[in-house]
Design a protein around this ligand. Structure first.
Ligand SMILES: O=P(O)(O)OC[C@H]1O[C@H](OP(=O)(O)OP(=O)(O)O)[C@H](O)[C@@H]1O
Ligand SMILES: O=c1cc[nH]c(=O)[nH]1
Ligand SMILES: [Mg+2]
Length: 210
């Protein structure tokens, strides 16, 4: 598993406001989208491109364009939905699939309650979006879902992760290659499975408690 922690003062600045308990929901949403554009830049370093010939006003030139089949972006509902617009801004031709997952707050086990993904992912570059990688259960389940559909090229983009969760995802992968891009790697999990210092419940802060 390749792990890349984005190291940029703008990301750290925006993360600091995001973490603040006094940051209201509208500001929180806007910050998640802004952070996502910065993390998408890091996360798409390996995006597949193909050569293309164009003509500038001065001369012919060779460039690149995003290769077919287009990348697939997979936000994990709910909280991952807050990251989608920021990602689509950088990859406007990408397709979007959805995975709905909820973690039981007692057992910390995830259940999948919704899925809308292509049947065959064997030739698709997949970008999974979830702001929080806590115990790693949800991300592991999401990656397993994509692997079961044939995916071999998976990048996960998370705003925060706990070291315990990263280790758990890596163990569950059994050597299969996945890239994880993070805004920050936090200290630990607390006894309730929350990331410390973290930012609280990302879904609730984005959309309110349901
Ligand atoms: O690493 P884990 O221990 O599995 O925890 C992380 C998961 O918890 C949160 O979702 P939640 O289940 O709260 O759903 P929500 O997005 O609807 O709030 C978060 O968005 C991740 O999906
Ligand atoms: O800290 C955490 C852990 C899981 N889910 C969240 O939204 N926050
Ligand atoms: Mg939640």
């Amino acid at each position: 598993m390749r792990v890349h922690v984005a190291d940029h003062p703008l990301i750290t600045h925006k993360l600091t406001v995001l973490r603040d308990v006094d940051t209201p929901s509208p500001v929180f949403r806007a910050l998640v989208e802004e952070l996502m554009t910065l993390l998408a830049y890091e996360g798409t370093r390996g995006v597949r491109v193909e050569p293309v010939d164009i003509v500038t006003p001065v001369s012919p030139a060779r460039g690149v364009r995003i290769a077919d089949p287009k990348p697939l972006i997979v936000p994990i509902l709910r909280a991952g939905l807050g990251m989608l617009d920021g990602m689509v801004k950088l990859l406007p031709t990408a397709e979007v699939g959805f995975l709905g997952m909820a973690r039981d707050e007692e057992t910390l086990q995830p259940t999948t309650y919704a899925e809308r993904l292509p049947e065959d992912l064997s030739d698709r570059q997949c970008f999974v979006l979830d702001p929080m990688l806590a115990t790693g259960g949800s991300l592991t389940a999401a990656i397993e879902f994509l692997f079961a559909r044939g995916a071999v090229d998976v990048t996960a983009i998370c705003i925060l992760a706990a070291p315990e969760g990263l280790r758990a995802v890596e163990q569950a992968l059994h050597g299969r290659e996945v890239t994880v891009v993070l805004g920050a790697l936090d200290e630990r999990l607390n006894e309730h499975g929350y990331i410390v210092p973290g930012l609280g419940d990302a879904g609730d802060r984005l959309y309110g408690t349901v």
